[in-house]
Write a protein that binds this ligand. Sequence first.
Ligand SMILES: Cc1cc2nc3c(=O)[nH]c(=O)nc-3n(C[C@H](O)[C@H](O)[C@H](O)COP(=O)(O)OP(=O)(O)OC[C@H]3O[C@@H](n4cnc5c(N)ncnc54)[C@H](O)[C@@H]3O)c2cc1C
Length: 392
Amino acid sequence: MDFNFTPEDEKFRAEFRAWLDQNRPEREDDDLDFFAEDEGEWNRRVKWFKKLASGGWTCVDWPKEYGGRGFGILRTIVYHQELARVRAPLPFIGSGVSLIGPTLMHWGTEEQKKRYIPKVLTGEEIWCQGYSEPGSGSDLASLQTRAVEDGDDFVVNGQKVWTSNAQFSDWIFLLVRTDPAAPKHKGISYLLVDMRSPGITVRPLVQMTGARGFNEVFFEDVRVPKKNIVGNLNQGWQVALTTLMFERNGAGGGTGGQVHELVKLAQKVERNGRKAWDDAGVRQRVAEFYCEQQALKYTGFRQLTRRLKGLPPGPEGSIMKLCGTELNLRIQMFAMELLGAYSQVEHHAPYAIDKGNWLFKMLAARGGTIAAGTNQIQHNIIGERVLGLPKG
Ligand SMILES: Cc1cc2nc3c(=O)[nH]c(=O)nc-3n(C[C@H](O)[C@H](O)[C@H](O)COP(=O)(O)OP(=O)(O)OC[C@H]3O[C@@H](n4cnc5c(N)ncnc54)[C@H](O)[C@@H]3O)c2cc1C
């Protein structure tokens, strides 16, 4: 394994760093959650995305024919490292860049590619993902939202839930049942739906953190032109799996920064009349987190090596999703122990240590263990498909 970047990648780093020095984000990102805390924070992320777009710095790993820069994996890593260095917000908003853009590249008609992809790149149109329903999450193929053909349109009735950022979205990619008589995976279609269509109601859900990132989305006789189907009628499950593959590849993000923040916290707060950091038990716990985080980092490198060799993705994706999100949760819980009574002081409240960010992150951390396939499902995948254990 070679840990160094090539001279060309380092040259690119200098070029992008120079652009970032001229175009810094409005303020450093607190890296609190995948959801924006409020509308102001959402608008700040959109503004940053559009600034990146103005320099051609969005979707850098997309092929050039779709407006990207055609970057390989290593150069994309350098790009993310440089964004992290200036603590910029993540370079995507909604589900356009990471999910619908790449899905349309695989499955879209030429007309769909031309119509939708350029506006994802510039941030002009924001997308959300309409998969989960009140009775269908892990068992997604049991979904019940119905679409019935009527002339040149489908007519959609039903409900989606946990739809991230639907209240800010212009479009939704939607899984609907088009053949209720077929086996469940074979009666689903994949539609692109304008969120301004008559008959759509979006109702935000308030999370434990106080943020409103999720929504319920109701569809009542919503007319969707037939040309908005992706793939063939009743072929939606295959299209949906392509989107899920992109989603799971990106799940289970880094916890490296969190361990360093934890060290700073332990050096700041007191325990039994001394700095918490002076307590060998505290240092021991932080060291354990650090070791786990390093193990994850090298697991990520192993995955990277596979991809650079052109091999198909290995089990590392599921392992990183499972271990990364659980490590994050344990780190946040330990921060609560260190903060003691201060852990109860609300986000942004006077006297809150570190602006109360730790409490917010602890409350948000559980979501990571559920999103993009719950951790119990990841256990099943690792047990059955990686370790070859019998089905339970
Ligand atoms: C942060 C976040 C963002 C999300 N964004 C979106 C979005 O934008 N669009 C969207 O469509 N959805 C979104 N979701 C929803 C997400 O996909 C579902 O919550 C997830 O798939 C689980 O489904 P469920 O909530 O219905 O739980 P269920 O599937 O009902 O599961 C309930 C519990 O049972 C367990 N369980 C279920 N089946 C099994 C099994 N076979 N073996 C073992 N245990 C099992 C689960 O692990 C879980 O603990 C989001 C969720 C989160 C947390």
